[in-house]
Design a protein around this ligand. Structure first.
Ligand code: SF4
Length: 80
């Protein structure tokens, strides 16, 4: 379930629909202020128009935030 959710997130990430980006921007702001957000050196190659989550991942689920905020996944800490 999680893998398919993340893959769908990457699909949206590549397609960049306006609606998805609006939601993603709101989620990114929440993630950026969250103590579970971490910067990963491994993810440094991932570029994102939302700079506040570029290269970051969620410490609770391990997901790259650029993909997660654009997927059908949920925040494991119920913040979005
Ligand atoms: S997905 Fe939720 S728990 Fe993870 S960094 Fe974002 S706000 Fe925090």
């Amino acid at each position: 379930m999680k893998i398919s959710a993340i893959l769908s997130g990457w699909k949206n990430y590549m397609a960049k629909s306006e609606v998805t980006e609006t939601v993603a921007r709101q989620r990114a702001a929440l993630c950026a202020a969250c103590p579970h957000s971490r910067n990963g050196k491994i993810l440094a190659f991932i570029k994102d128009t939302l700079k506040n989550v570029e290269g970051a991942y969620c410490n609770l689920c391990g997901c790259p935030l650029s993909a997660k905020i654009r997927s059908n996944d949920i925040c494991p800490d119920n913040k979005w």
